[in-house]
Design a protein around this ligand. Sequence first.
Ligand code: FPP
Length: 246
Amino acid sequence: MRLFRKIKKEAGEVDFGNLPRHIAIIMDGNGRWAKKRGLPRTAGHAEGAETFRTIATYCKDIGIEYLTVYAFSTENWKRPPDEVSAIMNLLEKYLYEAIERMERDRVKMKFFGDIEPLPPKLKKLIERTSEISTHYKGCQVNICLNYGGRDEILRAAKRCAENYAKGDSAAFSDEAFSKHLWSADIPDPDIIIRPGGEMRLSNFLLWQSAYSELYFTETLWPDFSKVDIDNAISWFQHRERRYGGV
Ligand code: FPP
């Protein structure tokens, strides 16, 4: 019992001098969180957006360099139209407020995914936020929107094939390929966190996750707290990363 307590306490202790550079999160469980409370699914997304705000601020404050979140996948268009537009509205609201605060917070934002099919107002806000971000050097938040890992890989493969056809014999190297991904020039995620109890990647960062540590928790995303992120970081800090070596 004493030993268990000791392990439990240590599990939550973060070494702030040795943080992962890049944390990625699949923000799952919003619908179930709402259902448990007899609320519409959209209320779960609204609460999830608040959680994102809290966790992004915390990551910035403790010195995480990159935070990537899965906000809307290429498959999420299959959801009922009112749920899709509720998510788009939440994103608009978030970006509108973020623009006001970016200068103070020195947070950079980047978007992974094809923004073309998104509502025009949201597209404009994305372009504005991306432009402002070029002036800052702080913590970078990557929001995956209309993003799919397979779609990203296919797009990169096409670009490599075009370059190969033009005579670039090195067009298919690991390095050259990575340059055509939305995440070009960003280190791969050290840890991918998935709240909500499912243990799969769901088309998230398929190329970039080759050596990421995968952390799953039953906690639903709207309930996810700073303590949960500390637990995930602490767990990560006890992993031995071998990258195929011994
Ligand atoms: C997955 O939970 C969640 C989504 C598809 C939407 C995520 C969007 C937000 C958190 C809001 C906006 C984001 C930002 C960055 C401001 P689910 O609906 O699949 O949950 P379930 O598995 O319980 O049904």
